[in-house]
Design a protein. Structure first.
Length: 107
């Protein structure tokens, strides 16, 4: 794990990514309207991303190898009705050639 990697966390308000030096970005639970996941290849490994989106077009990218991701995934399954934690786990098997997977969509 990269020591410079952002730290992810969830609280009663939403999901947050702390990029360091006071740069915190986040999305409130009530604003999340969709979650997509995808894989990309880099030189020596595969990276898995989960992207949270809003109706207004804002998004927050999370990487599954960043500190706090597992806790955030658990919080998402609690705060977002219908999100299956197994869907997030299956994402780990995504291939870079696979199209982005829709993991959750607000009804």
């Amino acid at each position: 794990m990269d020591p410079q990697a952002p730290r992810l966390y969830a609280d009663p308000r939403g999901i947050w990514r702390d990029d360091g030096a006071g740069r915190v970005h986040g999305i409130r639970w009530t604003d999340i309207d969709g979650i997509d996941g995808y894989a990309i290849d880099v030189v020596d490994r595969k990276l898995i991303f989960v992207e949270l989106g809003t109706v207004s077009g804002d998004s927050l990218e999370l990487r599954t190898d960043w500190p706090g991701y597992r806790e955030v995934a658990t919080a998402m399954s609690v705060h977002l009705p219908g999100l299956d934690l197994d869907a997030l786990k299956r994402l780990e098997f995504a291939l870079p050639d696979d199209p982005p997977a829709v993991l959750w969509w607000r009804d």
